[in-house]
Ligand binder design. Structure first.
Ligand code: EPU
Length: 357
């Protein structure tokens, strides 16, 4: 690194020497697209994260944080500093009643946290087993599966202000959570990085089995362990393991339509899969894409997963061009067939900064 930064400070010197230039991000995104970061560093503690932010601010570089890279669509080289969040640590506080507070650093693997909670016999996140990615990334898109979303158990989120380095806690209810969305994905994306989360779990049995088919798959004896095992099994059957086949989970959100549009669609497509949601209905985007003939289709080196049409996979591309083309084709065909606009689920990098718009 030829730039100089506060070289009197030994810690700052150490941080500066840990920053690499022109690093491939291929192993840091589960689509495995080979774009590079102008500068790249790993944050293993809050102090090193603060020092990295100070370094980037000193040189007026944009900062991008990556967790597990499993909900990312990188479509160009990323300028500025890319920080890989590897903050670790889990601690629990058991309260006198039914509650347990579980505080988890952002770099911890989400699935390992779920596994740990199930081993401790704490209820609340078992339906969210086997979701790839880190704990800090989970609130950004308000991860959800089998009727549970992280917002349901999220007491607080610890954030660092990327400009000032100040660290503070925000209550879960103030984070603007909605279906696959939060302020972290929207108006806070240029302000905060998540450093830790506090989950509120339960010690007494409370299982949520209402999501289509889950209770039938579990059988006679629903237990915490049975739910965890079943969710792991069902997910492994339906969704590709990103280690084996590059993907980022659901590529589209399930669209929400009005009651009127739903009735119209139901008349034209009596088998339409949909669920009442708020004022209208949520449609299964996987069903729409599947019925439009896309499931299992290949396009250049990418394709639509054969067992779940909501998942786009990368067989052999090193950049995002073919995937973006396939996305456009699917969106067009779904719009023509159902008059429904699909919205992308993963976050695109480089982020579109407010100041650059
Ligand atoms: N379906 C089809 N064809 C397909 C895919 C789905 O007909 O190719 C039908 C299924 O038969 C089912 C319905 O669509 O009747 C819903 O499918 P599924 O239960 O697999 O769930 P999903 O709505 O497609 C959502 C989440 C998943 C989550 C599952 C289970 C979104 C965008 N996706 O998928 O989340 O695991 O529910 O709760 O909400 C993710 O976000 O990456 C993810 C995998």
């Amino acid at each position: 690194m030829n730039m100089r930064f506060n070289t009197d400070d030994v810690f700052a010197q150490r941080i500066e020497s840990s920053i690499q230039e022109n690093v491939s991000l291929a192993t840091y995104n589960t689509f495995r697209f080979n774009y590079s970061a102008e500068y790249f560093a790993i944050a293993e503690s809050l102090d090193s994260l603060k020092a990295l932010l100070a370094w980037a601010n000193h040189f007026q570089l944009t900062v991008t944080m990556i967790g597990g890279g499993s909900n990312l669509l990188i479509s160009a080289d990323v300028s500025g500093l890319v920080i890989l969040n590897r903050l670790t640590g889990i601690s629990a506080r058991e309260h006198s009643g039914n509650l347990v507070s579980l505080t988890v650093a952002a770099g911890e693997s989400w699935h390992q946290v779920v596994k740990y909670a199930v081993e401790q016999k704490w209820y609340g996140i078992e339906n969210l087993a086997l979701i790839p990615g880190t704990t800090g990334a989970a609130p950004v898109q308000n991860i959800g599966a089998y009727g549970v979303e992280i917002k349901d158990v999220l007491a607080r989120v610890q954030v660092i202000n990327r400009n000032t380095g100040d660290v503070y806690w925000i209550n879960g209810r103030d984070c603007g959570f909605s279906y696959r969305d939060s302020f972290f994905k929207g108006m806070w994306k240029d302000v905060f990085f998540i450093t830790s989360v506090e989950l509120s779990l339960k010690k007494q049995a409370e299982l949520l089995l209402s999501y289509g088919g889950l209770s039938e798959s579990i059988g006679e004896r629903p237990s915490l362990q049975a739910v965890f095992d079943t969710v792991c099994r069902v997910r492994s059957e339906k969704l590709p393991d990103p280690v084996v086949l590059a993907n980022s989970g659901s590529f589209f959100k399930n669209p929400i339509v009005s009651q009127a549009q739903h009735s119209e669609l139901k008349e034209r497509f009596p088998n339409l899969v949909s669920f009442p949601f708020e004022e209208g209905f949520k449609l299964a985007a996987g069903w729409l894409i599947d019925q439009a003939g896309w499931r299992g289709k290949q396009y250049k080196g990418v394709g639509v997963y054969e067992k779940q049409a909501l998942v786009l996979v990368n067989h052999s591309e090193t950049n995002a061009a073919a995937l973006l083309e396939l996305e456009a084709k699917i969106k067009r065909s779904v719009l023509e067939m159902y008059s429904v606009e699909l919205e992308r689920e993963p976050v695109q990098l480089p982020l579109c900064r407010e100041s650059q718009q």
